[in-house]
Write a protein that binds this ligand. Sequence first.
Ligand code: KG4
Ligand code: ZN
Length: 353
Amino acid sequence: MTADEPLVLGIETSCDETGVGIVRGHTLLADAVASSVEEHARFGGVVPEVASRAHLEAMVPTIQRACDTAGIQLRDVDAIAVTHGPGLAGALLVGVASAKALALGLGKPIYGVNHLAAHVAVDQLEHGPLPEPCLALLVSGGHSSLLRVTDITGHEGGIDPLGATIDDAAGEAFDKVARLLGLPFPGGPHIDRVAREGDQVAIDFPRGLTGRRDLERHRFDFSFSGLKTAVARWVEARERSGEPVPVADVAASFQEAVCDVLVRKALDAASAEGIEDLMIGGGVAANSRLRAMAEERAGKLGIRVRVPRPGLCTDNGAMVAALGATMVARGRQPSSLDLPADSSLPVTDVLAG
Ligand code: KG4
Ligand code: ZN
């Protein structure tokens, strides 16, 4: 870390985590996260109004905590970065308004960045500069995409989507299957934990969009809704027969089906594009089976895998700061102070004008 690298504070409020991260270049100085997940758990999903209010309450203390941890004063920062989409509109607004207030009050530039690109950029805090081109498998609660990344700042078509889910996101499938197995929300980490006690080949669940016909049209796309229905049918049949549901085996077999498809398609895309570096980001990248399977299969093909540590995979402010710092380092134009929150921002729009 050198003092001439940009000191950037990043704010993330797209869903239920209020994240404030501080980085200098590629060095992580603070990663403060306040989550409202407990307030949503009894509803089985994130309630937007509850999330927005929680962001409002958590924002100032979380900024303070991040500054204390990093040992800096707010006036020391060179720029403010903020997630301006995609995500929940009201939740995004709290982050964007806070970032504008800071930028205006401190007289610093503001960078409105894309949440999805930030999930990829965060890996630089752990493994150094991102190889470009790289193939990014982005798997979160709301998105599942395969991206060819030639410039993480999105400059001149730097992010090229090769494929995406045609129905549920991978994280959404984890959350829905967890719910039907009686596991708490959000389900991903619980399935991950329970699956360790189960047999991953106990039940042969379907692998969406991997048949010969599907591959012609949807080679790099995903579909998880059929898998979710297959799990529901299997569990119902078990319950009707009066036999106990083997929760660990169902979790392990379901997880295996998701990871198998994700890894298979990501490696196919990397090979097809002649790319030797696979980056996996987003909340589902915290999954232990996905990480192990990707390492194992990529190794055989000579493809290197980069996955941030689990705490940096789920939503946080450090990822936003990391992308902001890359914007500053590459001399990108800051955003206008009237930048909007955009709940359906496409992955290709990395920096707000
Ligand atoms: O990226 P993220 O924190 O928020 C969004 O941008 O959506 O992703 C949240 C998703 C949730 O669906 C959660 O169940 C899933 O990531 N997730 C996991 C694990 N940890 C979080 N899925 C599988 N295994 C995990 N260990
Ligand atoms: Zn996310």
